[in-house]
Design a protein around this ligand. Structure first.
Ligand SMILES: *[C@@H]1O[C@H](CO)[C@@H](O)[C@H](O)[C@H]1NC(C)=O
Ligand SMILES: *[C@@H]1O[C@H](CO)[C@@H](O)[C@H](O)[C@H]1NC(C)=O
Ligand SMILES: *[C@@H]1O[C@H](CO)[C@@H](O)[C@H](O)[C@H]1NC(C)=O
Ligand SMILES: *[C@@H]1O[C@H](CO)[C@@H](O)[C@H](O)[C@H]1NC(C)=O
Ligand SMILES: *[C@@H]1O[C@H](CO)[C@@H](O)[C@H](O)[C@H]1NC(C)=O
Length: 426
């Protein structure tokens, strides 16, 4: 879908249904485009999107010690990138919800790492990470050169995994964690390990790129030059280091919003003002039945302006919203979406899909109908399709792949700011 909409439509929306607090953040006229100097980078890496039907939710965000999680959701999408580790090409999935880069020698997760690490291993320090669904990896740390997008992080610290509960399916051998260094400290019983620089941090500190990266996650499966045949009419997914990916987007839709520090996630019990994850606060969530059309007129739409932290997580397939909000969205499907099993919301595959948008920096970023009702994720009867937003009272709200498929997302760690633009329809 295209999220392009006119200023007049926005104004109409503002007048029609918005509480004063929210109306004030909507621009009456188009704001001047200042401060967006992002340009397309040559350090752009195509990614393959891989869909795993019916697997468990390998929701990749780092688990907080004392937050219990019991997700049995279906995680079925990840984005694969090739890393050159020493002399070996290792396919890994990307994650903006954690910071370690790790890989596992052999064991059903793709090719795996075979050789020795040129930089040796870190003595007496074990590596262990648990992710929000109970999957875990364990092993040790070592050093090796890691090349990605033509850039080499020399003597990069990596996790080498020798024990895991991980839903490998032969395509990937590990993970590229793209969050801040802080997240690497959350290890051991006291979660106070010394920090180290993740791959992306190493690259910008070595001044190989400016301190930002961006992603364009596409809905189409396996579109990458390393896959053949490539259908040029389908969109490729990209990770772009130091600039923007080469996809089309609506120039007028750029918006910026600050990245919040870790103390914002109250349930984690962390008080530090350090940045760790890409935590944002949306100005509003816009949802409701707009008669199945995707022109914003405001008709049938409601706004929820409560402010809660939401994490941008490319390692999560779905978008997780507070239950109250999610239920209102489910009710806006026609016929309404239903709870099939714990945490699993489905609607009839031919249901009329409502609108759902998230507002940052005065702009609304609409989730595409294909992501709100996922035709490729069906129940065994094939009549019910999975809703791309789930309720999340057990974990903090997340904007996952179902949201990211409609935007270019810029992660600017120099200014602790994220920028978004709406992708043009693809
Ligand atoms: C690692 O642990 C072993 C056994 O406790 C110890 O003998 C050795 O000195 C330690 N090495 C380092 C570098 O700390
Ligand atoms: C994994 O690596 C750790 C750290 O080197 C070691 O203590 C452990 O025995 C290894 N486990 C296996 C199964 O090889
Ligand atoms: C988590 O642990 C911290 C530190 O022990 C504590 O302050 C906080 O209340 C705990 N949070 C929950 C949700 O139990
Ligand atoms: C469009 O939606 C509005 C608000 O839900 C409703 O009042 C109206 O009847 C709908 N129109 C059509 C044609 O469905
Ligand atoms: C908006 O969402 C928040 C968070 O779920 C909820 O607490 C609040 O009740 C909602 N407000 C309305 C008007 O739906």
């Amino acid at each position: 879908m295209t999220a392009k909409f006119s200023v007049r439509a926005l104004a109409a929306l503002a007048i029609w249904a918005i509480p004063e607090a929210a109306a004030s953040v909507l621009p009456a006229t188009r704001p001047p485009r200042v401060g967006f100097t992002d340009t397309v980078t040559s350090h752009v890496i195509p990614m393959a999107r891989h869909d795993v039907p019916g697997s468990h939710d390998i929701h990749l965000r780092r688990r907080a010690t004392n937050v219990s999680t019991s997700l049995t959701n279906v995680h079925d999408v990840y984005y694969i990138i090739d890393l050159l580790v020493g002399k070996e090409i290792i396919p890994v999935s990307i994650d903006t919800g954690s910071s370690d880069t790790w890989m596992k020698p052999d064991c059903g997760l793709g090719e795996g790492l075979k050789g020795e690490l040129s930089g040796g291993i870190v003595p007496n320090v074990s590596f262990g990470r648990q992710y929000a669904d109970g999957t875990f990896v364990e092993g040790y740390f070592g050093f090796e050169d890691v090349t990605v997008g033509g850039l080499t992080a020399k003597r990069q610290r990596l996790g080498i995994v020798n024990n895991t509960y991980w839903q490998g399916d032969g395509r990937v051998s590990g993970l590229l964690g793209l969050a801040y260094p802080y997240m690497t400290s959350l290890d051991g019983p006291y979660e106070t390990q010394p920090l180290y620089d993740p791959v992306f941090t190493t690259l910008w500190k070595e001044k190989l790129i400016s301190p930002m990266f961006s992603i364009a996650l596409s809905r189409h499966v396996d579109q990458s030059p390393t896959q053949s045949p490539v259908d040029p009419s389908l969109e490729t997914s990209y990770l772009a280091l130091g600039g923007l990916p080469p996809v089309s987007y609506d120039e007028d839709s750029w918006a910026r919003t600050p990245i919040q520090d870790m103390s914002t996630l109250k349930a984690w019990g962390i008080t530090t003002k350090e940045h760790g994850l890409y935590i944002l606060t949306a100005e509003a969530y816009v949802y409701g039945n707009a008669n199945g059309t995707f022109t914003v007129t405001g008709e049938g739409l409601s706004r929820n302006v409560s402010q809660f932290p939401v994490t941008i997580d490319a390692g999560a397939t779905l978008t997780y919203m507070p239950t109250i909000l999610a239920k209102k969205l489910y009710a806006s499907f026609d016929p309404p979406a239903e709870l099939i099993a714990y945490g699993l919301y489905y609607a009839k595959c031919n249901a009329k899909v409502p609108q759902f948008g998230v507002q940052f920096g005065g702009k609304i970023f609409w989730m595409a109908p294909e992501d709100l009702l996922r035709q490729s994720a069906r129940d065994p009867t094939k009549e019910w399709c999975r809703v791309g937003v789930t309720d999340s009272d057990s974990i903090d709200p997340i904007l996952g792949v179902t949201f990211l498929n409609s935007v270019v997302a810029v992660f600017d760690v120099e200014h602790h700011e994220m920028r978004f633009a709406s992708r043009t329809k693809y």
